[in-house]
Ligand binder design. Structure first.
Ligand SMILES: [Zn+2]
Length: 411
């Protein structure tokens, strides 16, 4: 029964994606899209008052994404992640030099507005999309990022929440409590882990693509919050690859002007603008704990502002304070070891587990057999394992530049 349900759900998601992709491909003129999109999508402004009209609704964000997608087809791909409770669409834009080709690059996922009332997070990621796409042709730092990483941006993870001006989705669930690591039943946590279309869509989408590094953006405070959320570093519960997590988190917090932001969390546990999630306050079923533990993708939760600014100038200021951090964070995913894994006939093997001795991040090869394991400089024993094949281990010295290691597994 479970399997039948999974197949039906899979078909439903695929049908949803197909419908939208057909629409995207059939309309090449952004002008035409501006007319068509509002009629076909249920993403309409339902009224209510923002403190400022400078914020995007789900509808105006869709229009903007279609516009950018049409302007920069060579370096962007827009695709649906899945549907929401009320039938809106969660959109993802990939920015990379060959966005429709799977390349051996680290894949970085950035997510905003998983809480629907934290609108500044959407604005910052939309500005990042604009910045990356508009600067690609003339800014060498941006060109480096776009040519050497695959950046996938989900600027509005909870469009129903945005439409209704609420933290929760349309079923009243806090999506950042609906993932399956240390999930506990409680009001607003959902009936079960992944009970919500938004969270299950992100799960299936992420498992399909295989991400290596990620961040989700929030407001209400200012701090870079690191795994784990479900337990405290001060009680000795930390990720096995914590130095790497801290390196990435501090890359974000110490680059550019992030630390100048008013309202940095005041706690003895804050170190250079970073904090262990549990030492701040414990939560269960969070996205970042799931990303780290279940998918082998380092994830941090970045609180970028105390409030949604009242003015356009205030929004621009928040983006300005985060721009260098965003670029540095994405660029820093390009560390460690990467390559492809094939069988003795030279065919790629998907789903090969890649891990290091004493580590707790297990990434897997994607559908083309490609892997990318983020590592700080040092000496490591890397192990590749897959069902039906003998394990393969190799000792590797990692320096600042990533090391390419092609692997053949023997049956
Ligand atoms: Zn939040």
């Amino acid at each position: 029964m479970k399997r039948v349900y999974a197949v039906i759900r899979d078909l439903r998601v695929k049908a949803h994606r197909m419908k939208l992709i057909t629409l995207i491909n059939s309309c090449s003129l952004s002008g035409a899209l501006l007319l068509v999109v509002p009629l076909l999508f249920s993403c309409v402004d339902e009224g209510g008052v923002y403190t400022s009209d400078a914020y995007h609704t789900c509808e105006s964000m869709e229009n903007l994404l279609f516009e950018i997608s049409a302007e920069h087809r060579d370096i962007t791909e827009l695709e649906p992640v899945g549907p929401t409770v009320e039938g809106r669409t969660i959109w993802a834009m990939t920015i990379s030099d060959n966005p429709r080709i799977n390349e051996m690059e680290p894949r970085v996922r950035l997510v905003a507005a998983i809480h629907g009332d934290e609108n500044i997070s959407t604005e910052v990621l939309l500005r990042l999309i604009r910045y990356l796409t508009d600067s690609y042709a003339h800014d060498p730092a941006v060109k480096y990022i776009v040519d050497n990483t695959s950046v996938l941006i989900i600027p509005m993870m909870n469009p129903d929440g945005v439409a209704h001006r609420t933290r929760y989705n349309a079923s009243g669930v806090d999506l950042n409590r609906n993932f399956d690591v240390a999930w506990v039943p409680a009001e607003n946590h959902g009936a079960t882990p992944f009970s919500e279309p938004e969270s299950i869509s992100l799960k299936e989408f992420s498992e399909d693509i295989v991400f290596h590094c990620s961040a989700s953006f929030h407001s209400g405070a200012v701090v870079v919050n690191m795994p784990f959320d479900y337990a405290r570093e001060s009680d000795g519960v930390i990720p096995g690859e914590y130095p790497l997590v801290e390196f990435l988190a501090k890359t974000y917090s110490t680059s550019g002007r992030f630390l100048e932001t008013e309202g940095l969390v005041d706690s003895v546990y804050v170190d250079s603008g970073t904090i262990n999630g549990g030492d701040w306050y414990i939560i269960y079923g969070s996205l970042q704990d799931w990303s780290y533990i279940r998918t082998g993708c380092i994830d941090v939760t970045i609180e970028i502002a105390r409030h949604n600014p009242d003015t356009l100038q205030g929004i621009e200021e928040v983006f300005d304070r985060n721009r260098e951090s965003l670029l540095a964070y994405i660029a820093s995913a390009r560390i460690g070891i990467f390559g492809s894994v094939v069988d003795s006939n030279g065919y790629p093997i998907a789903g090969v587990r890649v891990s290091v001795e004493d580590g707790d991040i297990t990434t897997v090869t994607d559908r083309d057999g490609y892997y990318w394991k983020l590592l700080l400089p040092g000496n490591y024993v890397i192990t590749f394992s897959a069902e039906g094949f003998s394990d393969f281990s190799e000792e590797v010295e990692i320096n600042a530049a990533p090391v390419q290691l092609p692997v053949m597994l023997v049956e």
